[in-house]
Design a protein around this ligand. Structure first.
Ligand code: GLN
Length: 192
């Protein structure tokens, strides 16, 4: 069972993508919902709003979950996973050694859709991505693997259990990354 954090933002489409590939999915609205999940998707949305909603217990539960279970963060989810945000001293989960810059692809009106060439399991996969007030990944630590770039910038990254993505793959219902993430969750389950 893969959980989709469902407090705010684009959670429904992630749920639909998991259903489309036959993976059982559950909305995570309370910290105790994490108990039944083998992985978690943190969707795009608004970082500031997520930070307001993810108080104490929920924040601690996410940190605990991320120690040994995979998390896939898209857009705002990527920002929350990162170690630091350029020019802002707001708390983040710091589960990935990344520096992100919020809204660095421009405002809502600058949103765009593009094909991204990703390396997943040694295969080149074209993924349709929507960049909506998307964050740029400005710096990656040595433990971070870059799975895709857009121009010079990394846009899909992986570090250990966790995957981060600057754009929204779920809007176009492109399920390549959901498939990849589901496989990562399965591997962790098998190796336990
Ligand atoms: N701009 C948003 C933020 O910084 C993220 C946008 C998104 O998730 N599509 O929180």
């Amino acid at each position: 069972m893969i959980g989709v954090l469902a407090l705010q933002g684009a959670f429904q489409r992630h749920f639909d993508c998991l259903e489309k590939i036959g993976v059982s999915a559950a909305f995570v609205k309370h910290p105790e919902d994490l108990k039944k999940c083998s992985g978690l998707i943190i969707p795009g949305g608004e970082t500031t709003t997520h930070l307001k909603l993810l108080k104490d217990l929920f924040w601690q539960a996410l940190l605990e979950f991320g120690k040994n279970k995979p998390i896939f963060g898209t857009c705002c989810g990527l920002i929350l996973l990162s170690k630091e945000i350029v020019g802002q001293s707001v708390p983040t989960l710091k589960l990935m050694d990344l520096t992100t810059s919020r809204n660095a692809y421009g405002s809502q009106i600058d949103s765009f859709e593009t094909a991204v060439d990703a390396q997943l399991d040694g295969q080149s996969v074209m993924i349709k991505g929507c960049f909506i007030r998307a964050p740029k990944i400005i710096k990656v630590g040595p433990a971070v693997k870059i799975l895709a770039k857009h121009g010079q910038n990394p846009v899909i990254v992986q570090q250990g259990l966790h995957i981060g993505c600057s754009f929204h793959p779920e809007i176009s219902m492109d399920t390549s990354l959901h498939n990849y993430f589901a496989k990562c969750c399965q591997q962790v389950d098998v190796n336990k």
